[in-house]
Ligand binder design. Sequence first.
Ligand code: NDP
Length: 287
Amino acid sequence: MSAHIIDGKKLAESVRAEWKARAEKLIQSGTKPGLAVIIVGDNAASSLYVRNKVKACSEIGIYSEVHSFQQNASQAEVLDCIQALNSNPHIHGILVQLPLPAHFENNRVITSIAVEKDVDGFHLYNVGALVTGNTIFSPCTPFGVMVMLESNRIPIEGQHAVVIGRSNIVGKPMAFMLLEKGATVTICTSKTRNLAQFTRDADILVVATGKPRMVNAEMIKPGAAVIDVGINRLPDGKLCGDVDFDSVKEIAGYITPVPGGVGPMTITMLLCNTILAAERAQAGIFK
Ligand code: NDP
């Protein structure tokens, strides 16, 4: 039997409609949610992501502003900009588009963002809060995956979840979020011996490696929920995930496509986190 395909685009639309209503309520009571995006350099992919974020903000009623710096900008200039945004009452969320140029210290920059405005959830304090079960902001990609699982009523508690990938933005927070919901979690990496031995036992398999179609049908437990985070550009210009969608969909119970799966959810969760930050600011939380 073919898997149920989780339509990330459709789910993103319904989540956005729900949060748009929350944004409207805030606006009516005098607080327009505001997001500031900082971009350094001229990486084409980063510029596209930033444009998409700005467009998504305007569609949901969030004010946004972009602070662009030249590739050779100094870290001090960027830190000054973040300091000003930290104390700007019209800005509720601040994100620094990664990657930063090599002469920047990522952690120094990210930890200069006020914790209550760190809508990407990458500040070391927010990472610690997530790991200890005191989440302030969930990082957007794993947050989107959790919404996909929960909205499809896919059981998490007591299930074996396998996450392939241990990056700070996807794999690690994903594993802790699943753990928090009661899953038994295994994290696999490029160093894992006999990867298939783990994936074949996964009730939930989240793949975030950046290796096109590396997970095939033989690696899947029948009926499993397979979430493909990967976005890879093939030589012919088409996009594909880290999962071989055509073969895996015949074995899995649920599967996310690429494109149209996790991608639309990631940006949606950024909007949600910004609205959440504005709600907290209005309520005086984090004063
Ligand atoms: P990273 O390159 O930071 O991490 C990749 C991880 O995959 C590493 O931990 C690496 O292991 C592991 N890995 C690589 N090859 C293998 C392998 N053969 N077997 C097992 N593990 C392997 O990537 P990101 O986490 O930043 O991104 C992963 C993918 O997700 C990319 O395609 C990216 O474009 C996509 N992405 C999609 C998003 C979305 O919104 N849909 C958002 C963010 C990312 P090791 O640590 O040992 O090197």
